[in-house]
Write a protein that binds this ligand. Structure first.
Ligand code: ADP
Ligand code: MG
Length: 227
């Protein structure tokens, strides 16, 4: 429980930090862009230094884009919930899941006939699926199998995602949901912490089983919605 509390606090802190930083950063960037524009006006179009200034401006625009993404990430977390049929959502997400899984991955989907209603938002559910499927794909650089199943378990809906990828060494398991924990050269380490935060916000639970060299299973349980 203490660990869960800590995780929730970390996510909340991360959100506040990000929003604050993004705001400050944006103001600074506006200043930089303003002065670059002024310098360009003073020097005139043909001045040789202008090409450097254009590059500086381009870089500042890239930074502004990153800030914008950070802000939407913070704002989108989490969305307002409403009753959703997970089975229907699952079917409608199939194409997106195939695209995300990539060509080298054989994707198998399994869902029951009857609807499974949960309180959630499609955006949050999509985010959860995309982050997990992206990790699965990255765990199978040589291709493999990805199985995604949905089923009813008592008063809960279970969403399971199993890959045949590299697996997670047991010493890493306690850290994978931590913000910024990554074993990838270009990883953000944010994917699973966002999944964790969203699942918790939706009243769900997430667990993981992994065997290095064999694969990984993520299991998410959502409380069923009763009207
Ligand atoms: P990132 O993908 O940017 O590294 P994540 O939060 O999505 O960040 O994942 C954190 C870490 O958890 C990954 O770097 C990887 O070590 C491990 N991981 C997550 N999903 C899987 C998976 N399906 N198979 C193997 N390792 C995984
Ligand atoms: Mg990831």
């Amino acid at each position: 429980l203490e660990r869960k509390l800590l995780q929730a606090q970390k996510m909340e802190t991360l959100g506040r930090l990000t929003a604050g930083l993004a705001h400050d950063f944006n103001n600074i960037l506006m200043g930089i862009q303003g002065f670059i524009t002024l310098a360009q006006m003073k020097l005139g179009e043909r001045h040789p230094v202008n090409s450097y200034l254009r590059k500086a401006y381009k870089s500042s625009e890239r930074a502004a884009e990153i800030v914008r993404k950070l802000l939407t990430f913070v704002k989108k977390y989490p969305q307002e919930s409403y009753p959703i049929d997970l089975v229907r959502f699952f079917r409608e997400s199939e194409e997106l899941l195939r695209l995300t899984a990539g060509e080298g991955v054989r994707l198998k989907l399994e869902a029951p006939e009857e609807p499974l209603h949960v309180l959630a938002s499609e955006d949050d559910l999509t985010q959860i699926l995309l982050n997990l499927v992206t990790n699965a794909r990255e765990a199978m650089p040589q291709g493999g199998e990805l199985w995604i199943g949905l089923r009813k378990d008592g008063q809960r809906a279970l969403l399971e995602i199993e890959d045949t990828g590299v697996g997670i060494p047991s010493e890493n398991l306690p850290h994978i949901f931590d913000p910024f924990f990554t074993t990838k050269e270009l990883g953000s380490g944010l994917g699973l912490s966002v999944v964790y935060g969203l699942v918790k916000a939706l009243g769900g639970e997430i667990e993981v089983q992994s065997t290095p060299g064999k694969g990984t299973l993520f299991r998410i349980a959502f409380p069923l919605f009763q009207s």
